[in-house]
Design a protein around this ligand. Structure first.
Ligand code: MN
Ligand code: MN
Length: 295
């Protein structure tokens, strides 16, 4: 977005942070290359949002704070480094807007966010609930971040809404964990059937406290977002994806991520371009929310 680059979050309202790590992926890798690709394809984004009627960079001080110095061979060490980077951003009074990387990273981000804000509500766009337990005996990978986050008390589970869930699972029991914790699930089929206005109403279930947004690009249909590791057909359109983010205007958003973009599987850079626009949408939502609070 042609924003200034700084390593120091002091004085910022929003810090855009890259996390080039995909050691939590179980199938097609590649999200480690996403931050640089999304940066590149964000350069065309113009600074005024005509629907929200805001120039976000006039309202908020936003900068690219670079990438976390990850450890490509160690997921737990990487999570510790991410938690440290997010803590520094939060301590500076800025909101972290993160670009993965794989979805395992959201756990590390949430550890830092919850330490500051307490358990948070969450809008989670994804084709998967990411509440599986362990794969191959490993508890930390991109299919489990939100089970770990619930176990660690980082989320206010009755204020979680998952949107875009679809695709085959192992059995009906896969949905038990979310159900037992009062998580709201909006399946992709129902987004199409009920319409985006209905979805936007359902999203108000996250209100009542601080909210985190976690956006797995595979929530969007592979026709619009082919560059990802575990694609599922029958997903959201790119237009619906933008409208879901836009619905968060007015909510106390304390952090966000866009994850699972895998440039090696992208076609014509359309997935990176969508991710860049989702980031612009998130920053615009933060700007409108700030402006409305000041009015
Ligand atoms: Mn997913
Ligand atoms: Mn995911």
């Amino acid at each position: 977005m042609r924003l200034p680059h700084t390593r120091d979050p002091a004085g910022l309202d929003v810090a855009l942070l890259g996390i080039p790590f995909d050691g939590g992926v179980v199938y097609r890798p590649g999200p480690r290359f996403a931050p640089r690709d999304i940066r590149q394809h964000s350069s065309l984004i113009r600074p005024y949002h005509p629907v929200l009627k805001v120039s976000p960079f006039d309202v908020l001080r936003v900068a690219d704070v670079g990438d976390v110095d990850v450890n490509p061979l160690n997921i737990e060490d990487t999570h510790a480094r991410v938690e440290q980077a997010i803590t520094a951003i939060l301590n500076a009074g800025a909101i972290p807007v993160c670009v993965g990387g794989d979805h395992s990273l959201s756990l590390a981000i949430l550890r830092a966010v919850a330490r500051r804000h307490g358990p948070v509500g969450m809008v989670h766009v994804d084709s998967h609930q990411d509440m599986w337990d362990a794969y191959f005996g490993n508890r930390y990978f991109h299919g489990a971040p939100f089970r770990r986050a619930v176990e660690e008390g980082l989320l206010d589970t009755h204020r979680i809404v998952q949107v875009g869930i679809r695709g085959p699972v192992y059995s009906e029991a896969d949905f038990d964990f979310g159900r037992q914790h009062g998580v709201t699930v909006i399946r992709a089929e129902n987004v199409a059937r009920e319409g985006i206005g209905w979805v936007q109403e359902q999203l108000r279930a996250v209100s009542g406290g601080p909210v985190y947004l976690s956006f797995d690009i595979d929530g969007v249909d592979p026709a619009f977002a082919p560059g990802t590791g575990t694609p599922e057909v029958g997903g959201l359109t790119s237009r619906e994806a933008l409208e879901i983010v836009r619905a968060l205007v007015g909510l106390p958003l304390v952090g966000a991520d866009v994850v699972e973009v895998s440039p090696p599987y992208d076609h014509g850079n359309i997935t990176a371009l969508l991710a860049a626009n989702l980031l612009f949408e998130i920053v615009s939502v933060l700007a409108v929310t700030r402006r409305n609070r000041q009015d």
